[in-house]
Each structure stands twice: as structure tokens, then as C-alpha cells.
Design a protein around this ligand. Sequence first.
Ligand code: RIB
Length: 327
Amino acid sequence: MGRVFVAGSINMDVVATAERHPRIGETVAGEAVFYFPGGKGANQAVASAKQGVPTTLVGRLGTDAFAKELRTFLAAQGVDLGFVKHTDNMHSGTAIITLANADNTIVVVPGANGLVDADDVAAPVLAKGDVAVSQFEIPLPTIAAFFERARAAGTTTVLNPAPAKTADSALLDLVDILILNETELGVLAGTELSDGDPPARFAEAARSLAQGKTICVTLGKRGVLALLDGGEPMLVPGREVKAVDTTGAGDCFVGALASQLASGEPLRDALAYANVAASICVQRMGAAPSMPTREEVEALLPPRRPGEIVTSARSSDQSWHPPPAPA
Ligand code: RIB
């Protein structure tokens, strides 16, 4: 089994629940305040570790009280924190979240996340069969340095370009699998998309970014649209569930998918698995604490056919293989 390495952010999410979101300039009465571990990198690492796959997080915390709480929580989830540094005179990443009717608005203050650098991501030793994952809550040049090392080791690279921002082609060229929602796709492809658009519209935008990579467009309860190496799109349907908090659902999808690829599962099965994981996550409050375990996901997956081996392809026609390691 390969390992998952996540270079990314670690935040404390300060969540206020309210009956509705305030309009600009307005104050509304809240209902409750929660402190949930979060941050896209940490969420993805927890989602992967909880599937039983060895998972290492590379990142930074501050030296504040949140740092201690976050480290304790992440260690308890089974995430390897050997490459998470503490930065003096800096606070840990903090996200201020308003949650109303299961939807959120988020302001992220990066703190120590903004200082994750090329030396940090050079520390772990990656290998062929591993999966390297990152997102846009740490500096983009750091992500490029991480993926350059990953590529040199023959490690599969997975980028979740969230929160949405533009990126140069030098970074995107280092990506094997791009996982993004319609907003992020619109920003990277330079086109306006909305969640009600037909799948063909997303496929067209995704194709413009493909350039040899696999693209997975997450469409919430509609499921995920995947383009393998720019080929024919395949739609893996989602599960209809009643969401209470969608925070971290995209991260759950990314972490769960990475764990399955590191375990050698074909892409189609990994996508179906990640869809189920995310559908469990949205039914719980908080980001990192709502990541499901492998047992919880497997209980909802369709049964395997008799005689099928756990690590074998459930749909070998769609299997995805990591790129060959450079000579
Ligand atoms: O993707 C959800 C995450 O985004 C939250 O946990 C919050 O920390 C922000 O980074």
C-alpha cells in the first residue's frame, strides 16, 4: 500500500450558527459557537487517515492555544505530524465561519499556513505508489516545490485548487489529478459556470484544462464528473442525503479519494468511495471531526461481486494508473 502526503493548511474553525446569514452591514443574532479543527490540508489528511491509509501532514502551526488543541486532535485521528512545525510569534490558521441552513461563508486568516515553504515540503521522502496532495491555503510556490519533488519520485500528484484562485500553467503542469468544484473550474478555465449548468458544459471547461491530466469536477449531490486524460467524461452519481453542514465535504472527497488511489483502487471505484465518504461528512457538524471511518463508508458501498478481491478493480475498464517514474 502507498502512503498519502498532504502539504496544506491547518486551521481552527470558529463557527457561529444562525438562522440566516447576515446581509452586508447587518447584524443577526447567532445561536451557538463551536471550535472545530479544520483547514483544507488537515481535513484532507484526517479523511485519508481514517480510511486506514498511512497519512502524513506537512504544514505549520503557530504557538498559540489553538496549536496545542489542533495537534492533539490530529494525532488522535492517526495523522503523522512529524513534519508539522510550530512557528514562533505567529498564530495558527483561523477560519471564521457562519453556518446557516447547512451553508457556510468563511473568512480564512492564514497565520502560520502562509509560512509553509519549500524546505518544509522537501523534508519527507516520497516514493512511487504514494499520493501527494495539496490545496490553495498554503503559498503556491510551495505547492510547486512539493509537486516537483513528488514527480521526481514517481509519486502521483493531486491538486485541489481551493479556495478558487488563478494559477500559472507551470504549477498545473505538475498535476496528475485535479479535483475541483464548478467555481474553481470556472476560475481556472477562465469561464463563468454555475452549479445548474449541464454536465456537458463542465466537461467542455474541464477539457480546456486537461493537458494529459485527469480532472474530477465535484458537483455536490449530482456526484462527480471525471475526465480521464481528456477522454470521454464519466459521471459517478452522488447520494441524496440531508445535509446539516457542508464545511469540509470537498476535503473529505479529496482525502478519501487519495486514500483509495494509494491503496491501488481504480479511479472509478475511488470516486464512488469518495462520494459516499462526502455524503456522510455533510450529515455531521464541523469539518475535520465529521470525516467518516472506512467502516462507515464501506457499510454504504454496494456489495462487491462474489469472489471479488478487495484490492482488485471493480470496473477495470476505467482503471487509472499513476504515470511512470522518470528515469
Ligand atoms: O474546506 C473547509 C475548510 O476551509 C474549513 O475547515 C476552513 O478551515 C477553511 O479552510
